[in-house]
Design a protein. Structure first.
Length: 80
C-alpha cells in the first residue's frame, strides 16, 4: 500500500511556512532546524516540498533563518 502524505496538524499559537528546495538539500535543512532547539518542526509533503511550523513568538527567528538559508540553498518561500 503506497504511503500518502497528510497535512501537519498545527494548532493555535503556531505559524506555518512553505519551503520548496531541491530534494538533496532537505537533510541539511532539517539538520539546521533541529540544531536551533525549539525553533520549528519540519513536515515533508514530498521531496523538497516542506512545511515548517514554529511557535508564533519564534516566527521572527524562523523568518530570519529562512532568509539566511536562501543564500546557501535554492529555497522558495511562501506562507503556509
Amino acid at each position: 500500500m503506497p504511503r500518502k502524505s497528510v497535512a501537519p496538524c498545527v494548532g493555535e499559537g503556531m505559524v506555518v511556512r512553505r519551503v520548496v528546495m531541491r530534494a538533496r538539500d532537505v537533510v541539511f535543512f532539517k539538520g539546521v532546524i533541529e540544531a536551533s532547539e525549539g525553533l520549528a518542526a519540519v513536515f515533508s509533503e514530498r521531496g523538497g516540498d516542506l512545511r515548517v511550523a514554529s511557535p508564533v513568538e519564534r516566527s521572527g527567528d524562523l523568518d530570519t533563518l529562512l532568509e539566511d538559508l536562501r543564500a546557501e540553498l535554492v529555497v522558495l518561500l511562501s506562507p503556509g
